[in-house]
Ligand binder design. Structure first.
Ligand code: NAD
Length: 294
């Protein structure tokens, strides 16, 4: 058996096109141009690449991008002052503070200072609480993108057994909440889970968000299951270069699963698309408009 490879790049491209159409409609009918402010402190190369691709995606969707690049020795007080300004700025609908922040800055304090209505990363406790209680919320982008990919394979996820490996606030926990809202029976596995392989083998939908290269082997997967690989791991490649692999052994998964996401080209592109989706959603909510249909 060879699994379907879920083309996250193509699905993200289609989503970005739909977001651009919805953003143009918002501008035409309500005079609102959604705006995203991205704050980068320091010059971590991976963060710089990520921030650039976000800004490009925002501009391509017909939205405004405001980039704030601060030196690595920026004080916590100065960063908080900038966030206060962005919170008050009516042209800014989304604020994204790129992590990790330098050690002199308390990340939790900074993330909690973002207006929850502009929190396009969905990390603020108000948004986490709203998600958990089924209220309109800004939800972390990677879990949203992961569920969209699963739904491309299944018209309904209702009643399916979903296993999420990983319980971080950024991926595992919000992903579990989204799957519950889709009426899945959800198991959250983590570093202390016993018999992880057997737990995984029960899954109709298996999500791996661990950060361990190719940890999930072929015999951890129920035949025909849909496997969404969130992991991004850099491992040594040919000629002294590094290459990216996921948390799932892709080759083995292809032999057993019904569908599987590749790394790169699976969840990664969806995360970027969902940043602009959340910016659009935040802009609509700020104007008292219903959720945009994309
Ligand atoms: P994290 O380190 O915060 O959490 C990892 C989780 O994995 C923890 O909850 C831990 O309990 C669990 N875990 C660790 N070792 C385990 C083991 N041996 N068995 C079972 N569970 C184990 O990581 P995170 O921020 O949630 O990210 C997870 C992965 O997803 C990383 O590879 C990260 O790079 C990737 N990621 C990708 C995107 C994307 O856009 N595709 C976005 C965010 C994170």
């Amino acid at each position: 058996m060879t699994a379907t490879i879920i083309d996250g790049k193509a699905i993200a491209q289609e989503l970005r096109g739909n977001i651009a159409i919805a953003a143009a409609k918002l501008t035409k009918e309500h005079g609102i141009v959604p705006g995203l402010a991205v704050v980068l402190v320091g010059s971590d190369p991976a963060s710089e690449v990520y921030v650039k691709s976000k800004s490009k995606a925002v501009t391509e969707a017909g939205m405004k991008s405001f980039d704030h690049k601060l030196p690595a020795d920026t004080s916590q007080a100065d960063l908080l002052k900038l966030i206060e300004q962005l919170n008050a700025d009516k042209t800014v609908h989304g604020i994204l503070v790129q992590l990790p922040l330098p050690s002199q800055i308390d990340s939790t304090l900074v993330l909690n200072s973002v207006d929850p209505g502009k929190d396009v990363d969905g990390f603020h406790p108000v948004n986490a609480g709203r998600l958990a209680t089924g209220q309109r919320a800004l939800v972390p982008c990677t879990p949203v993108g992961s569920v969209i990919l699963a739904k491309k394979m299944h018209a309904s996820l209702s009643g399916m057994d979903a296993v999420v490996i990983g319980r971080s606030n950024i991926v595992g926990k919000p992903l579990a909440q989204l799957l519950l809202a889709e009426n899945c029976t959800v198991t959250v596995a983590h570093s202390k889970t016993k018999d992880l392989k057997d737990v995984c083998r029960r899954a109709d939908l298996l999500f791996a968000a661990v950060g361990r290269p190719e940890m999930v082997r072929g015999d951890w997967i129920k035949p025909g299951a849909t496997v969404i690989d969130v992991g991004i791991n850099r491992v040594p490649g040919e000629g002294g270069k590094t290459r990216l692999v996921g948390d799932v052994n892709f080759k083995e998964a292809l032999e057993v699963a019904g569908a599987v996401t590749p790394v790169p080209g699976g969840v990664g592109p969806m995360t970027i698309a969902c940043v602009i989706l959340n910016t659009l959603r935040a802009a609509c909510a700020s104007a008292g408009l219903p959720e945009p249909k994309v």
